[in-house]
Ligand binder design. Structure first.
Ligand code: FAD
Length: 408
C-alpha cells in the first residue's frame, strides 16, 4: 500500500510524520518539484533574506529522520491525476501509482499584471531559489550599502522583505495601491503603526499609488507610476499575494472553491484523495464560511488530520487559526480571523512605542487579536477566542488589570 504525497513543504512534511506516528506501515513517497528536502518557508523573507541563516538550518526535519522512517522523496513535477487508474503522470510521462493520494501543492505568487515583470532584476518571493536570487544579485552588484530596492505590495511578505533589506543597509521603497499597508488583514491603527515603524526605520512607504509598469532595458531601472514619476530601482520585488495551485485537482474533477475543498479530516470529494495547506479550502464553522488559510500552523493542523484519517484515527481540523510576522524587533502574533469585527480594544498604545495588543470583538465576543511584542496577550486571546470566553473590553483595555483576573 502506498501513500503518495505531492508537494514537499510544510504540509507534505507533516503528513509523512503523522502517517508514521499514527501507525502507517506501508510505503510513503513524496514527489516535489523543489530540489531540496522540506524547509521552513517563513525565514525566506526574514532571516534567510537577511543572510542570517542557511537553508540547511531551515530544514523542517533532517535527512536522517526521513531515512529512519522509511520516507522516500523524489524530485519531479506531477502533471495530472487519473483517479480511476489511481495513478499520477509526471512531466516526463512516467506514471506513478497510489492507494491514497495527498495534495500538498501550496500556492504560487500572483503574477504582476502589467509590463516589465520579465525584466532582469525583478523578483517574486516564494521559495528558497527566489530568496537566493535576490541575495545573489544584491551581492553581485554590491547593492548592500547603496542599492535601491522597490517592493510592490505592502502585505506581510512585502513588509518583512522591506525590514530585512533595510537591516542590510539597502534603500527601500514600498509601493502599495491600497490606501494603507496590510489593508486586507488588519485594523487601520495597525496599518498606521507599521507605516510609522517602517518610516522610522528609513523605508519610503507610499500607499494609494497607481503603478503603470516596470521599466528598464534588459535590467530593471524603475517602477513607473500612473502620474508619470519613475521610482528608481536596482531591484524590484513583487509581493501582491498568491494563487493556490488547484489546477491538478480541478482537472481531475475534484471540488474546488478557491482551494481544493476538504472536509474536517482533510478528505477531498474523492475518498482516496486528501489535501492540506495553502492549496486547501475548508469550512470553518467558527467563522461560518469556506476559508483557505495561508499559514504554517494551518498547514500543520490539516496535515495531522489527513495522517490520522488515512490511519483510521480520529483528528478533526478545528484549531483556531493563528499566524505570525517578524519585522525588525517586532514579533506580531495573530490569533483568529477578524472579519466582521464591530469594535476593537487596545492594550497599550499603537501610536506610541512598539508594543501593544489589539483585540477584535464582534457582538461582544472576542474573535481575533493582533499582538505586537505581547506574547502573554496572544496566549490569553487564543484561549478566550478558542473557548469563547466572556471578557469585559473596558477592563481588558487597562494594562493595570492582570489578564488572569479578567477571566474570573
Ligand atoms: P508550499 O509551502 O507552497 O509548498 C508546496 C510545494 O508543492 C512547493 O514546493 C511546490 O513547488 C510543490 N508543488 C506544487 N505543485 C506541484 C506539482 N504539480 N508537482 C510537484 N510539486 C509541486 N506563514 C506563517 O504562518 N508565518 C509566517 O511568518 C510566514 N511567512 C512567510 C514568508 C514567505 C516569504 C512565504 C513565501 C510564506 C510565508 N508563510 C508564513 C506562509 C507559509 O510559508 C505557507 O502557509 C506554507 O508554506 C504552506 O505550506 P504548503 O506545504 O501548503 O505549501
Amino acid at each position: 500500500m502506498r501513500v503518495l504525497i505531492i508537494g514537499a513543504s510544510h504540509a507534505g512534511a507533516q503528513v509523512c510524520a503523522n502517517l508514521r506516528q499514527d501507525g502507517w506501515t506501508g510505503e510513503i513517497l513524496v514527489i516535489g518539484d523543489e530540489p531540496v528536502l522540506p524547509y521552513h518557508r517563513p525565514p525566506l523573507s526574514k532571516t534567510y533574506l537577511a543572510g542570517k541563516t542557511t537553508l540547511n538550518e531551515q530544514l523542517i526535519r533532517p535527512a536522517a529522520y526521513y531515512e529512519k522512517h522509511d520516507i522516500t522523496f523524489r524530485v519531479a513535477r506531477v502533471d495530472s491525476i487519473d483517479r480511476e487508474a489511481h495513478t499520477v503522470t509526471l512531466s516526463d510521462g512516467e506514471k506513478v501509482s497510489y492507494d491514497k493520494l495527498v495534495l500538498c501543492l501550496g500556492a504560487r505568487p500572483r503574477s504582476f499584471p502589467l509590463e516589465g515583470a520579465e525584466l532582469a532584476g525583478v523578483h517574486y518571493l516564494r521559495d528558497a531559489a527566489d530568496t537566493e536570487a535576490i541575495r545573489d544579485e544584491l551581492h553581485a552588484k554590491g547593492l548592500h550599502a547603496s542599492g535601491r530596492v522597490t517592493i510592490i505590495g505592502a502585505g506581510y511578505i512585502g513588509l518583512e522583505a522591506a525590514a530585512s533589506l533595510r537591516q542590510l543597509g539597502v534603500e527601500v521603497t514600498v509601493l502599495e495601491s491600497a490606501e494603507r499597508v496590510l489593508q486586507r488583514v488588519t485594523a487601520p491603527e495597525l496599518s498606521e503603526f507599521y507605516t510609522r515603524v517602517h518610516r522610522e526605520e528609513g523605508v519610503d512607504v507610499r500607499t494609494g499609488v497607481s503603478i503603470s509598469g516596470i521599466e528598464g532595458d534588459e535590467h530593471v531601472r524603475g517602477v513607473r507610476l500612473a502620474d508619470g514619476e519613475l521610482v528608481p530601482a536596482d531591484l524590484v520585488i513583487i509581493g501582491i499575494g498568491v494563487v493556490p495551485n488547484v489546477e491538478l485537482a480541478a482537472a481531475a474533477g475534484l471540488a474546488v472553491d478557491n482551494g481544493v475543498v476538504i472536509d474536517d479530516h482533510g478528505q477531498t470529494s474523492d475518498p482516496d484523495i486528501f489535501a492540506a495547506g495553502d492549496c486547501a479550502s475548508h469550512y470553518l464553522a467558527r467563522y461560518g464560511r469556506q476559508i483557505r488559510l495561508e499559514s504554517v500552523p494551518s498547514a500543520g493542523e490539516q496535515a495531522k488530520a489527513v495522517g490520522a484519517r488515512i490511519c483510521d484515527k480520529e483528528k478533526e481540523i478545528k484549531a483556531l487559526p493563528w499566524f505570525w510576522s517578524d519585522q525588525y524587533e517586532l514579533k506580531l502574533q495573530i490569533a483568529g480571523l477578524n472579519d466582521g469585527y464591530d469594535s476593537i480594544v487596545f492594550r497599550g498604545d499603537p501610536a506610541a512605542g512598539r508594543s501593544f495588543a489589539c483585540f477584535y470583538f464582534k457582538q461582544g465576543q472576542m474573535i481575533a487579536a493582533d499582538c505586537v511584542n505581547h506574547p502573554k496577550e496572544f496566549v490569553f486571546a487564543r484561549r478566550v477566542i478558542g473557548d469563547q470566553l466572556a471578557v469585559d473590553p473596558d477592563a481588558l483595555a487597562d494594562p493595570e488589570n492582570s489578564l488572569n483576573d479578567l477571566l474570573r
